[in-house]
Design a protein around this ligand. Structure first.
Ligand code: S3P
Length: 444
C-alpha cells in the first residue's frame, strides 16, 4: 500500500556525469500477470525477476486471498501454486490494491466470472480513478458491481454465476480494459472477443498463450480482434520477467541530459508495444545503442548503451501513444532540455493515470521555468537548449512517475529540483534512489 504514510520530500541536483551499469528491476506489467495467471493455472509456476514493488506485493497478497499459494523464495524469486481457471475462493476480507490500477483492474476481470463476491479498495490515488471502464464490460458477462460515486473504489463485485461470452470493442486504448475482459473470458464458456482500435501492450495475450490458452489476434477493418476460447486448463509455467522498459526510461533519460554520461542497462524488455519512448528519443538525436538483441521468455530484450546527447524537439506521432503511454512524464522532462518544441498529442489517457499527468507535468515544469502549452489531450514543451533553470518544487500527487521524472530532471538543471513527496516511487521502482546514486546521481 502506498500513499497512506507521511510524505517523503526529495531533491536532486546537478553533479558529475552518470556512469556504470543500471540493473533495472522486473517489468511491472509482466509481474502482475505472472502472479495472476500463476494463480489461475494448475501446478506450480516459478517466477524469477519478479518486481518487488508495492503494487506487485499487493497483487501477490490478493492472489493468496483468492486461494492461491504464493511464496517468496528469494530476491525476485517466487512460486505460485494455482487453483485453476474457475477455482478462485471468496476472499475473507477487503482486497487492498494500494496504488495499482493494473492490479485491481486485472484482478476484477479474473474474479468476475466466478460465483464469488469481493470488495476492492486502494490508496487515495486509486480511489479517485475511474472503474466504470472495467465494470461496464464485466457487466456484459453477468458480473454485478457497486462502487462509490461514479463506480469508484471501494467497490464490491459479485461474480457471474453463469457467465456469457462477450464481444466487446474497447472504447479506450487500454491494456487494462483488454486484459480484464480476456481474464473474465477465461472462466466463460465459448469464445470471448475483444476488439481494440489501437494496439496496446500485449503481455496478457503472450502469457495466456504461454500458459496453454487458445488465443489469436487478427487485424480487421475494426482494429485488432482478439479471440479467446474459454475454460482452458492453464498449465503452470516458468517465467523469467524481463526488466521494465518503463523504469529503465528514468536512468536512460537522465544519462541523455547529464553531460559526459555513459551508462549500460542490461536485459531491458523491448516488446514493440512498450518501446515507443526509445524510438522517440532516437528521433530526438539520442545516442542509444541496442546490443545483444534476443528473445527471453517470449519477450524481446536487449542491452542498452546510452550516451549524453544534444536533443532536438520532435512531434510524437499520435499512434505511438499506447506504446509509450507511461513515458510521457519523463519525455516531457527531457524535452525541456532539447532545442525546439516537443509536441505530444492524442494523450488524453494521461489524465486518468495515477494522477492527471498532463496537469502534474505542466505545473511542475512551469515551476522549473519551462514554458509549456497544454490542452485536454495534448502537451507541448518548449525546449531550452540545455539551459533549464530548475529551483522549483513539483507536486507529485501520489504518482511514482511524476516524482521520478522531476528527480531526473534536477540532475541537469541549474538549480536543484524538489518534489513534495517521493513515497510512491516504492510502488514500481523501490531501488530508484540507490540505483541512481550508484550511477553518480545526487538525489536526497
Ligand atoms: C498497464 C496498462 C496501461 C499502463 C499501466 C500498465 C498494464 O494502462 O498505463 O501502467 O499493465 O496493462 P491503461 O490500460 O490504462 O492504458
Amino acid at each position: 500500500m502506498s500513499g497512506h504514510g507521511t510524505p517523503i520530500p526529495m531533491q536532486s541536483r546537478a553533479g558529475g556525469p552518470l556512469s556504470g551499469t543500471a540493473e533495472i528491476p522486473g517489468d511491472k506489467s509482466v509481474s502482475h500477470r505472472s502472479l495472476i495467471l500463476g494463480a489461475l493455472s494448475v501446478g506450480q509456476t516459478n517466477i524469477t525477476g519478479l518486481l518487488e514493488g508495492e503494487d506487485i506485493l499487493d497483487t501477490a497478497k490478493a492472489m493468496s486471498a483468492f486461494g492461491a499459494d504464493v511464496q517468496r523464495i528469494g530476491d525476485g524469486e517466487w512460486t505460485v501454486s494455482g487453483v485453476g481457471v474457475g477455482g478462485f475462493a471468496e476472499p475473507e476480507d477487503v482486497i487492498d490494491c494500494g496504488n495499482a490500477g493494473t492490479g485491481v483492474r486485472l484482478i476484477m476481470g479474473a474474479m468476475s466470472t466466478s460465483p464469488i463476491t469481493a470488495t476492492f479498495t486502494g490508496d487515495a490515488s486509486l480511489r479517485s480513478r475511474p472503474m466504470g471502464r472495467i465494470t461496464d464490460p464485466l457487466a456484459l458477462f453477468g458480473a454485478q458491481s457497486v462502487g462509490r460515486d461514479k463506480g469508484m473504489l471501494p467497490l464490491t463485485m459479485v461474480g457471474a454465476r453463469d457467465p456469457m461470452p462477450v464481444r466487446y470493442t474497447s472504447p479506450h486504448p487500454s491494456a487494462q480494459i483488454k486484459s480484464a475482459v480476456l481474464l473474465a473470458g477465461l472462466n466463460t464458456p465459448g469464445k470471448t472477443v475483444l476488439i481494440e482500435k489501437e494496439k496496446t501492450r500485449d503481455h496478457t495475450e503472450r502469457m495466456l498463450r504461454g500458459f496453454g490458452a487458445e488465443i489469436e489476434t487478427v487485424e480487421t477493418d475494426e482494429g485488432f480482434e482478439i479471440t479467446l476460447t474459454g475454460q482452458p486448463e492453464l498449465k503452470a509455467q516458468d517465467i523469467a520477467v524481463p526488466r521494465d522498459p518503463s523504469s529503465a526510461a528514468f536512468p536512460v533519460c537522465a544519462a541523455l541530459i547529464v553531460e559526459g554520461s555513459e551508462i549500460v542497462l542490461p536485459n531491458i524488455g523491448l516488446n514493440p508495444t512498450r518501446a515507443g519512448l526509445f524510438t522517440t528519443l532516437v528521433e530526438m538525436g539520442a545516442d542509444i545503442t541496442f546490443e545483444n538483441e534476443r528473445e527471453e521468455g517470449g519477450e524481446p530484450v536487449a542491452d542498452l548503451r546510452v550516451k549524453a546527447s544534444k536533443l532536438k524537439g520532435v512531434e510524437v506521432p499520435e499512434e505511438r501513444a499506447p506504446s509509450m503511454i507511461d513515458e510521457y512524464p519523463i519525455l516531457s522532462a527531457v524535452a525541456a532540455f532539447a532545442t525546439g518544441k516537443t509536441v505530444m498529442r492524442g494523450v488524453k489517457e494521461l489524465r486518468v493515470k495515477e494522477c492527471d499527468r498532463i496537469d502534474a507535468m505542466a505545473r511542475g515544469l512551469e515551476a522549473q521555468g519551462v514554458q509549456i502549452e497544454e490542452g485536454e489531450d495534448f502537451l507541448i514543451v518548449h525546449g531550452q537548449s540545455g539551459e533549464v533553470k530548475g529551483g522549483g518544487t513539483a507536486k507529485t500527487f501520489i504518482d511514482h512517475r511524476i516524482a521520478m521524472s522531476f528527480l531526473c530532471m534536477g540532475l541537469a538543471t541549474k538549480e536543484p529540483v524538489s518534489v513534495d513527496d517521493g513515497a510512491a516511487i516504492a510502488t514500481s521502482f523501490p531501488i530508484f534512489q540507490d540505483l541512481m546514486k550508484g550511477l553518480g546521481a545526487d538525489i536526497s
